[in-house]
Design a protein around this ligand. Sequence first.
Ligand SMILES: Nc1ncnc2c1ncn2[C@@H]1O[C@H](COP(=O)(O)OP(=O)(O)O)[C@@H](O)[C@H]1O
Ligand SMILES: [Mg+2]
Length: 397
Amino acid sequence: MGCFFCAGERENPENNKDQIKPFSAEEKSKSNFQLNVRKQNSLELKRGPSSNGSERAVQTFTFRELAAATRNFRADCLLGEGGFGRVYKGRLESISQIVAIKQLDRNGLQGNREFLVEVLMLSLLHHPNLVNLIGYCADGDQRLLVYEYMPLGSLEDHLHDPSPDKKSLDWNTRMRIAAGAAKGLEYLHDEANPPVIYRDLKCSNILLGEGYQPKLSDFGLAKLGPVGDNTHVSTRVMGTYGYCAPEYAMTGQLTLKSDVYSFGVVLLELITGRKAIDNSRAAGEHNLVAWGRPLFKDRRKFPQMADPNLQGQYPVRGLYQALAVAAMCLQEDPALRPLIVDVVTALTYLASQTYNPETQPTSNMPRLSWPGTPPQARRGVERKMSGGSERQRSRVD
Ligand SMILES: Nc1ncnc2c1ncn2[C@@H]1O[C@H](COP(=O)(O)OP(=O)(O)O)[C@@H](O)[C@H]1O
Ligand SMILES: [Mg+2]
């Protein structure tokens, strides 16, 4: 699924403080290109796993090294292709490591600017649920990014591109992936200062490591969030069809809640196994959210929403709770969507409730709200997720 931008909308230079100029002729002069992150960008971290001064250095590579690592970008090393260009698997002899190398398409829509944003952001942001940038190459007009290799590929591959050698994701794994991806987003929203709006959350940008540990990747569209009394940043509309929050698509006003909406789409994909946009489905079912909204209003329809590939192997209560979280994230009014920290609380709880199909048959009729949760935790989750709003509660009950 490709990225897009709306030609009618323009970046507002006033709000666009993180704008990065294209390379100057001098910068272009081969490998002496260096980034001074602190000078160009005031992003810093309040706390977090690597905010204690142990900033990991991002390395520079020559084009020759990366060509050697991928055997000249051989077709059989190709891992995938996205809006920025192709991604290859390679082995870097200098660091004895298997890596994923993204070669930016020089004729593509997204270029230098996204490359710089990605290098800057990933140089500063480190979290177990964000992909690690090992280095980059800005040799001549070549632009390449070198990431840690994620052996299980993307969530998109597992959910929407099944093959005989991949077994369908079970319920517990899906909830762990959802909770981990939410934690990555929480780090961007709550630990980075100013906050970072990710802007491109989708299944193909959630990469999976050993044990299906999810990591967010692709920071080329990320934006520094509003500071001071500002509630939003104004920007060209960019993102991916099917994941973009309606108010952002219409006005270009970007907030942290735009990411919460996209997260809701991903969560709904995890629960239903359906794609955000799927034109091969029946009329009225092309857009996942448009299909799901009427069903959210009727609890009896919830079991119909579960991915048929789960073959009924999911906890009914867990399904209800996960759908309630998705419905809240997908509310049209951004003010009614939960904060990501509250989504993390709810999903961490759901992921901790390991489902065992042997001992928990799916035929139990569920109770209305958060059954099985210890009373104190239940009250906390309900209060946080509802935001105290009657309107919000009535939409998901
Ligand atoms: N670090 C990585 N490790 C393993 N596979 C990767 C990595 N980065 C990207 N990929 C694969 O390459 C594909 C294309 O990546 P990308 O260029 O980010 O495009 P998009 O996110 O638009 O699909 C991904 O969907 C994924 O399957
Ligand atoms: Mg990607």
